[in-house]
Design a protein around this ligand. Sequence first.
Ligand SMILES: NC(=O)c1ccc[n+]([C@@H]2O[C@H](COP(=O)([O-])OP(=O)(O)OC[C@H]3O[C@@H](n4cnc5c(N)ncnc54)[C@H](O)[C@@H]3O)[C@@H](O)[C@H]2O)c1
Ligand SMILES: NC(=O)c1ccc[n+]([C@@H]2O[C@H](COP(=O)([O-])OP(=O)(O)OC[C@H]3O[C@@H](n4cnc5c(N)ncnc54)[C@H](O)[C@@H]3O)[C@@H](O)[C@H]2O)c1
Lengths: 208, 208
Amino acid sequence: MIPAASANRLGIYLRELERLERTEISTVNSRQLSENLGWSDAQIRRDLAVFGLFGRRGVGYTVKELAASIRQILGINRNWDVILIGVGNLGRALAGYRGFASNGYRLVAAFDNNPALIGTKIANAPIYSVERLEELVPTLQAQLAILAVPVDHAPPLAQRLSQCGIQGILNFAPVILKPVQTDITCVDVDLALELQRLVFAVVSRDRS
Amino acid sequence: MIPAASANRLGIYLRELERLERTEISTVNSRQLSENLGWSDAQIRRDLAVFGLFGRRGVGYTVKELAASIRQILGINRNWDVILIGVGNLGRALAGYRGFASNGYRLVAAFDNNPALIGTKIANAPIYSVERLEELVPTLQAQLAILAVPVDHAPPLAQRLSQCGIQGILNFAPVILKPVQTDITCVDVDLALELQRLVFAVVSRDRS
Ligand SMILES: NC(=O)c1ccc[n+]([C@@H]2O[C@H](COP(=O)([O-])OP(=O)(O)OC[C@H]3O[C@@H](n4cnc5c(N)ncnc54)[C@H](O)[C@@H]3O)[C@@H](O)[C@H]2O)c1
Ligand SMILES: NC(=O)c1ccc[n+]([C@@H]2O[C@H](COP(=O)([O-])OP(=O)(O)OC[C@H]3O[C@@H](n4cnc5c(N)ncnc54)[C@H](O)[C@@H]3O)[C@@H](O)[C@H]2O)c1
């Protein structure tokens, strides 16, 4: 089992490598990566080694090759079809984000329970009634779902999604889905908790 | 120094305690917390003990008291004034989120460089020109800033914010601000990386 923390950092290394690709830099060493990212060069070398990625002594890593290897390891060297549940404030912002499409994610459909939204489109994807989840998701062949609904509605929807063949849920409602759903992979993101983390970091700095 | 991972979990314990408060439950033990949250009861007891929070044998923790202690430790037992930089897709969704206000965060002003937005309001807060950051932020006495601007604009803005007396930045642009800014606390959130974490978890599950 690969440590989750190493995998998370891998995503950040990839983002930095893509930035270097755009500036036509062809090789990079762990010390240079360390300067821009904040982790020690030893940590970066260790993380990459966990995934069998090694640099060449005196040269470092080839940017294009390392980026391609990381994409393959992370599973993002292919397209992923995504559905969005909840087209409110946050859902609309996520649907409109160009950064998802450039990473190979395709929004194929959205679902909501607001009659005024059903039958319209968001970011070129049709908005269907959430009642039709079981009927439509198997034909859409989407693998992932983004959940941006009010907190009480999230757990029952996660249950329904796991029965339609969805493999993973990115959940923005402030509730932990992970332990409840044993047969589907969930990643829970709570933006209010992120603000709390910031406050705690600021307060700890003042106290020390 | 308190481990960041324990502090992050503390925020999730608080969210669960607030849910219990709403359902009039007055005591809870670590086993019950474990069932809803997914960490082991031993991990939960250990996390709370790091902060000097102990239950009573056979009874557990008093929900109201534990929640109040955690709020004090996390620094959220007071109001925090926040400014928003970038009132686009994501900025608008964050400004409109009722969950921030209910946690004691007050949006006092927003800043943007789009002339069509300057002079209007978002969630009752005035939108100013970002050129006036140095002039207005010291008078607003805000402590925190949320950054929702395009990626290239984030680092120079972080630099300007640290010189206006802002203590912490919650950054949504896909760039690491943390090591660049040594004199201001930054928390970097990248929603595309969260989707990548989900894909990696789904792919790892398939591979195992
Ligand atoms: N807006 C933010 O910045 C923000 C920040 C942090 C967390 N969140 C969380 O994200 C979630 C969405 O927040 P929001 O601000 O977009 O709320 P919102 O009320 O603006 O949007 C919710 C959407 O979900 C739809 N909906 C409700 N029940 C549904 C169901 N059973 N099936 C399908 N659709 C349903 C509504 O019709 C609406 O379109 C909430 O759980 C919230 O706590 C939002
Ligand atoms: N929309 C999302 O769901 C989402 C998801 C992940 C990451 N992000 C990141 O969040 C950031 C904002 O994304 P968005 O979708 O809201 O973009 P957007 O283009 O809709 O909004 C950006 C806003 O910032 C303003 N702006 C630009 N330069 C500025 C400056 N120097 N000072 C002040 N304001 C400035 C623009 O006028 C605009 O209002 C981006 O970095 C993006 O990569 C967004």
